[in-house]
Design a protein around this ligand. Structure first.
Ligand SMILES: Nc1ncnc2c1ncn2[C@@H]1O[C@H](COP(=O)(O)OP(=O)(O)OP(=O)(O)O)[C@@H](O)[C@H]1O
Length: 216
């Protein structure tokens, strides 16, 4: 049996004193491709923030390779690629400069690697373009180029398909499936139907307390 990489151990999260979900337990072994599902406001982004260490859990633990992630932050962050809702592409920087900035915590990417990653997201030749001149979908593609530059084992992707056209969605789905097939772990959210053949789902609606159902 493969070693569990990420374990959600009895996780509960709250916002403004309101419990969003409680008692979430899930083990992600190598090869896990997991969609977090639930209605608007169920807590999907909150859960992904918690897993990425951006928000504290109200109870429970996030384990990485069997140890609490928050007690081995450096090792954990070296293996994590988190792409959130926001697009932190700085308009005053070129596409290349943005990618170097976004990957500043890792070994600097070579010119060739940046060119390859941009080709993967259909932005070949955009290296020197000012980022303020990109469309919404192109800005998101700059973020997605990180998937091809990163060596992270764990991908946490919050609505990665937003603003991406049909061909781009297919390519992204393929990249996610490939990463899992190579032994990585991919957690993601999406409100759109997906064509990927095999992925698991974790429905946060199942982890609400009766009180939260009453409030919803
Ligand atoms: N910064 C914040 N401060 C206080 N409450 C927040 C904050 N962000 C989100 N919330 C609340 O937490 C709850 C869960 O929000 P979250 O963004 O995790 O939901 P979600 O399942 O990702 O929703 P969606 O499908 O709309 O993206 C919502 O009720 C929301 O109002």
């Amino acid at each position: 049996m493969s070693e569990p990489l990420l374990t959600l151990e009895n996780l509960s999260c709250e916002r403004d004193g309101r419990t969003l979900f409680s008692g979430v337990h899930y083990t992600c072994n190598r090869g896990t491709l997991l969609q977090i599902v639930g209605f608007n406001g169920a807590g999907k982004t909150t859960l992904l923030h918690t897993l990425a260490g951006l928000l504290p859990a109200s109870s429970g633990t996030v384990l990485w390779r069997g140890q609490p992630a928050n007690r081995q932050r450096q090792a954990f962050y070296q293996e994590l690629l988190y792409l959130g809702h926001q697009v932190p592409v700085k308009p005053q920087l070129s596409v290349r400069e943005n990618l170097l900035w976004l990957g500043a915590l890792n070994t600097p990417a070579t010119e060739a690697a940046i060119a390859e990653a941009l080709a993967e997201v259909d932005l070949a030749g955009f290296e020197d373009s000012p980022s303020y001149a990109l469309s919404a979908g192109q800005k998101r593609r700059v973020l997605l180029a990180q998937l091809y530059l990163s060596r992270a084992t764990l991908w946490i992707l919050d609505e990665p398909f937003t603003a991406i056209d049909k061909a781009g969605v297919q390519k992204l789905e393929a990249a996610m499936a490939r990463h899992a097939a190579k032994g990585g772990v991919v957690l993601f959210t999406s409100h759109q139907p997906l064509a990927m053949a095999e992925f698991s789902t974790l429905d946060l609606s199942a982890y609400q307390t009766p009180q939260e159902f009453a409030d919803a």
